[in-house]
Design a protein around this ligand. Structure first.
Ligand SMILES: [Zn+2]
Length: 337
């Protein structure tokens, strides 16, 4: 088994170089990847800020390139810490933009799509017991972060399973929804390397963030997407791949993806059991459960923790261990009799 440092050497020998770009978010720096191949390719750009742009330029220059040289930008998913600089990069370089075709509309309509996403989130929060003032406060936080995002015009829509041919390699496009509906990973089968963005991260369990489904109508209100179930299906598919190295969107490279994925499955099982226990004590809303599990974090990170709880409740609903009841627009969960 390689150390993370050896893994990065292996990636460098394959012409893949991480560029660690700062973000204003709690997650810290985002890993973008420079692919020294033909076409010269950047996988993810980092968020839309002067600081991120400076670092991107500086780190490209250290490898003897400039933004103008980029020929292809690949976007891994819809989150703004990964794609905010795409417009500026394209302005400088004229690069093609490749991303999952299913996500193209979502990426092209950034402003109004983000607004709809926020509306969807507020409705979901209110239904699941988050106080109105917390829901509205989170909505304005989300709006205040909007400037770190940007519209991405996809010129090269990718299908699930589609191969992207480079001079020195072929990458297979694999749709792996769960963390977000548009999560896409890129697989070099010959070298057994997976560029995975936030689908799999060594030091944090990727949050199955509840989001509007891709291609949802403007006034979409439900059913609630089952992000954790979707994510676990995606993890099962990734577990089957023969891999030596997974390059993530945050943190260190992963050299044993099977062990890590199995650890994630155990975590989700434990958490579902804990939640089943809380619901057995008394019927509760998802927010009350989040509060019981994480205390005040359930307020400051209300949407994150709500997504986490609802994901695990979906496991219990699937197994018919709990049922959902609604009174006056508030959803509560109780043990199935
Ligand atoms: Zn993400």
């Amino acid at each position: 088994m390689q150390t993370p440092e050896e893994a990065l050497e292996q990636a460098a020998l394959a012409g893949i170089h991480p560029l660690r770009i700062p973000t204003p978010f709690a997650v810290g720096r985002v890993n973008c990847y420079l692919l020294e191949d033909e076409p010269l390719t950047l996988i993810d750009t980092g968020p839309n800020s002067g600081k991120a742009l400076d670092e991107l330029q500086g780190q490209l220059a250290r490898r003897g390139h400039s933004i103008d040289d980029l020929e292809l930008v690949i976007i891994t998913h819809q989150h703004i810490d990964h794609l905010g600089l795409v417009e500026i990069v394209v302005e400088h370089s004229g690069a093609e933009v490749a991303a999952l075709g299913l996500a193209a509309e979502r990426l092209a309509g950034f402003g109004e799509e983000a607004e709809r996403e926020d509306h969807f989130a507020v409705e979901l929060m209110l239904r699941n017991g988050i106080p109105q003032e917390v829901a509205f406060a989170l909505q304005s936080v989300s709006r205040s972060f909007r400037g770190w995002g940007a519209t991405a015009r996809v010129t090269r829509p990718l299908a699930d399973g589609e191969e992207i041919a480079f001079r020195d390699r072929t990458l297979e496009t694999l749709h792996r929804p769960g963390h977000s509906p548009s999560d896409t990973v890129f697989w070099d089968a010959e070298r057994r390397i997976l560029i995975a963005a936030d689908h799999l991260i060594a030091h944090i369990s990727s949050n199955p963030l509840l989001a509007r489904p891709l291609g949802a109508s403007v006034d979409y209100e439900g059913p609630r997407p089952q992000a954790l179930l979707t994510y676990m299906d995606s993890l099962r598919a990734t577990r089957e791949l023969e891999l030596e190295l997974v390059l993530s969107g945050h943190g260190a490279p992963i050299v044993d993806h099977v062990a890590l994925i199995d650890e994630r499955f155990r975590l989700h099982e434990r958490r579902a059991e804990k939640i089943a226990g809380l619901i057995a004590q008394a019927p509760r809303s998802a927010h009350e459960i989040a509060h019981a599990l994480w205390g005040n974090v359930a307020v400051t990170q209300a949407y994150l923790t709500l997504s986490e709880v609802l994901g695990h409740i979906d496991l219990l609903l699937r197994d018919r261990r709990v049922v959902e009841e609604e009174h006056d627009g508030l959803a509560r969960f109780r043990t199935a009799s």
